[in-house]
Design a protein around this ligand. Structure first.
Ligand code: PEP
Length: 250
């Protein structure tokens, strides 16, 4: 069974102060008029999660974290556990974003451990995978992403609620996107990798596309086979552009 409701997730990255909560409440006000046909979530910086959860209580927008530690608690100065995110009001968490894989040296094994920590705390992980430009140009994109899925999604994930996000590294924040055919090819490979890893349950995992999604290209990307939604960075920071992407998913 394929997921039919699209999942639209905003990743605010290291942007946003308390004054910017107005964007989240403006979005909620717009969505409240007619309930969104998409599943909508915002992942602000950790400092905003509790306040955003409070401001959006009862509104049709879920809250997520952008990362969590592999450990449940302990001597990890500066880190945040999945249980802390959950306690603050998050229901989801992004793991393995390429910015963390690159800047923090996160391997597939670390991402898989974060996945398990998130699930143990009652969070729904969104596992990011994607090739670099060099890997794309040397024809390795499909093979690389297939390996990333197999190694970043724990074998224990069958039956657990989670999503995968295909985010080509070269498309993030650049205004560049793969062709629709390239997106379809990689999403089909991710689906096959999920089914190989998890059996039939692999068919139910939403596969999001991320990388320079904007109001102008969202509709055509969201119509591609096996695209179950979008992970949106820059265009999620303003309510009007994120709303346009949500509406494109309906
Ligand atoms: C992201 O960083 O997850 C992302 C998709 O960013 P952008 O939409 O800005 O390319």
């Amino acid at each position: 069974m394929k997921q039919s409701v699209k999942m639209i997730v905003g990743n605010w990255k290291m942007n946003g102060l308390s004054a910017d909560l107005v964007e989240a409440t403006a979005l909620a006000d717009s969505l409240s008029g007619s309930a969104p046909a998409a599943r909508v979530a915002l992942c602000p910086a950790a400092t905003l999660i509790a306040r955003m959860a409070w401001a959006l209580n009862g509104r049709p927008i879920e809250i997520g974290g952008q990362d969590c530690h592999t450990a449940a608690a302990g001597a990890h100065t500066g880190s945040i556990s999945a249980a802390m995110l959950k306690d603050a009001g998050a229901g989801l968490v992004i793991v393995g974003h390429s910015e963390r894989r690159q800047a923090c040296g996160e391997t597939d094994a670390i991402v898989a451990a974060k996945f398990e920590a998130a699930v143990a705390a009652g969070l729904e992980p969104i596992v990011c995978v994607g090739e670099t430009l060099a890997e794309r140009e040397t024809g390795q994109a499909v093979a690389l992403v297939t390996v990333q899925v197999a190694a970043s999604v724990p074998a224990t994930a069958a039956g657990q609620a989670f999503a995968v996000a295909y985010e080509p590294v070269w498309a993030i924040g650049t205004g560049l996107t793969p062709t629709l055919e390239q997106i379809a090819e990689v999403h089909a490979a991710i689906r096959a990798a999920l089914v190989a890893r998890l059996g039939d349950g692999g068919h139910r995992v939403p596969i999001l596309y991320g990388g320079s999604v904007n109001p102008g290209n969202a509709a055509e990307i969201l119509r591609v086979a096996e695209v179950g939604g979008a992970l949106v960075g820059g265009a999620s920071l303003k309510a009007d552009s994120f709303l346009a992407i949500i509406r494109a998913a309906e």
